[in-house]
Design a protein around this ligand. Structure first.
Ligand code: UGA
Length: 479
């Protein structure tokens, strides 16, 4: 089935779909106000929509309603306060209020890895859809945005059919999102594509009306936002395929780093050289301690689990290797730490007792306070387990890090973390670390040993300042 999505020429015909609430443009709700839902709610209010954000977490909703974003995302606080002030944005913990208010309901709840395997846990999707459906009293469109195993949209459609009056003709659509933490506002307001999985012209028209603000903004800036209109299964797969590709790209360059380490090559030069080929491209070729976060690691595992269920497990077997390469990079830091500190590794790994190590970085990437599956924090914990006295510092991720790894010691500043350290490990490439002065830091530490887990420091500058520098997949620089 092909449903022609409105182009600039045909947009008027589609925008004539009237929102069931009687409002001139659809009213939007976003269920789940984590990184995804809160960012979307705030940005769509900024685009001029009337928006209601929902979460079961009362503390989170109180914070948002009070003008405070519960996580660190550049630019989002200002937009939240502006749109609360303008009266376009509200927050609630009531399903009934959501059902009464909106025409288009976006499901943005988390789909974490299951405790008992690699698959995705769909409990929050089920709860939010069921509770919303039970409260609906007029026609509406429910749009899945959460990252889910292929087949979930059909299942959501069945859930909706079970819990709503058929006369209401509630419909379901799927529209995956591609925002990156740290760039989330820009990614939502100016997406590089919009993908929608729809079954009917009505759903298509409502989704268009719900995204018209994005297309209008693009038009005023003389940009186009490419659209892919497709079926449910493809829309669901696009998301996991994109994340699987990105994870593969990172593990590819990290595998090259492993080879460079034994062959004496420099992976940063190698990445630059292959990246000049436009078929390869130079982005996401940064070798280091590997990928983490709430998305790539769990998504590649859930994708494999689902493919296995569907009988296509072999097709994604390489993703297992992608995962293994990624996790091996964490071990490489342990190996380098033992080497630099002159500790021999025993059968249980190196004994680092009596050493003092500064770990700079806890967030899974810079400009974020997210520590979910963070390589930096995992390495800090392993160093501590090996007996080292570890001091962790991160510009934004301290609170989350403390909650995730309460057993570690945290320093209030970079200076405090490195003072008297025998080894400094830079594991998240925050600007504060990249721009640190190796001379000044050299005066604080007990010995000038540094592991650059993100290849983000100027190796020769640090070597000239008397540091023994170790990067990932790079030869040691001459002092
Ligand atoms: C990722 C995708 O990039 C988004 O498109 C997607 O929408 C999102 O997941 C999601 O599924 O919600 P995000 O988790 O914010 O976004 O983080 P990325 O920027 O992709 O970085 C992931 C990890 O890879 C980080 O730990 C980062 O340090 C690491 N990375 C990234 C590298 O090690 N090397 C690189 O070259 C790039």
């Amino acid at each position: 089935m092909t449903i022609p999505y409105p182009t600039k020429q045909t947009a008027t015909a589609f925008s004539e779909v009237s929102p069931p609430s009687g409002a001139s443009r659809p009213r939007l709700s976003f269920l789940g106000t984590g990184y995804l839902g809160a960012t979307y709610a705030i940005c769509f209010a900024e685009l001029g929509y009337e928006v209601l954000g929902f979460d079961v977490d009362e503390a989170k909703i109180a914070k948002l309603a009070g003008g405070q974003v519960p996580f660190h995302e550049p630019g989002l606080d200002e937009l939240l306060r502006a749109n609360l002030g303008a009266g376009r944005l509200r927050f609630t913990t009531s399903y009934q209020e959501v059902a009464e208010f909106a025409d288009v309901h976006f499901i943005c709840v988390g789909t974490p890895q299951r405790g008992d395997g690699m698959g995705a846990d769909l409990t929050y999707v089920e709860t939010s859809v069921t509770n919303l459906a039970r409260h609906l009293t007029r026609r509406a469109l429910i749009v899945g945005k959460s990252t889910v195993p292929v087949g979930t949209a059909e299942w959501v459609e069945q859930l909706v059919a079970k819990h709503t009056d058929p006369e209401l003709a509630i419909e379901v659509a799927w529209s995956p999102e591609f925002l990156q933490e740290g760039f989330a506002v820009e990614d939502v307001l100016r997406p590089n594509r919009i993908v929608v999985g729809v079954k009917t012209d009505w759903a298509n028209g409502m989704l268009y009306a719900a995204h018209k603000g994005v297309f209008d903004l693009a038009a005023t800036e003389d940009r186009e936002v490419p659209l892919v209109v497709t079926d449910f299964a493809t829309a669901e797969l696009v998301k996991v395929a994109a994340n699987a590709f990105l994870a593969t790209k990172i593990s590819f360059i990290n595998a090259m780093a492993e080879v460079c380490e034994v062959a004496g090559g420099d992976v940063t030069q190698l990445a630059k050289a292959i990246g000049y080929d436009p078929r390869i491209g130079n982005r996401f070729l940064q070798a280091g301690v590997g990928f983490g976060g709430g998305c790539l690691p769990k998504d590649i595992r859930a994708f494999q689990a689902r493919a296995q269920e569907l009988g296509a497990g072999e097709a994604l077997r390489f993703l297992h290797e992608v995962d293994l390469v990624n996790l091996r990079r964490r071990g490489r830091v342990m190996q380098l730490a033992a080497e630099l500190l002159g500790r021999r590794a025993g059968p249980a790994g190196p004994d680092l007792s009596g050493t003092r190590i500064a770990v700079l970085g806890a967030a899974f990437k810079p400009n974020s306070d997210d520590v979910r599956d963070s390589p930096s924090l995992a390495i800090a914990a392993t160093l501590a387990k090996a007996g080292a006295d570890v001091r962790v510092y991160d510009p934004q991720g301290m609170e989350n890090a403390r909650a995730a790894q309460p057993g570690l010691t945290y320093a209030a500043t970079m200076t405090e973390a490195v003072t008297d350290a025998e080894l400094v490990c830079v594991l998240t490439e925050w600007a504060e670390f990249r721009n640190a002065d190796p001379q000044a830091m050299g005066d604080l530490v007990a010995q000038r040993l540094v592991i650059d887990g993100r290849n983000c420091l100027d190796a020769s500058l640090w070597a000239r300042a008397g540091w023994q520098y170790r990067g990932m997949g790079r030869p040691h620089p001459e002092a």
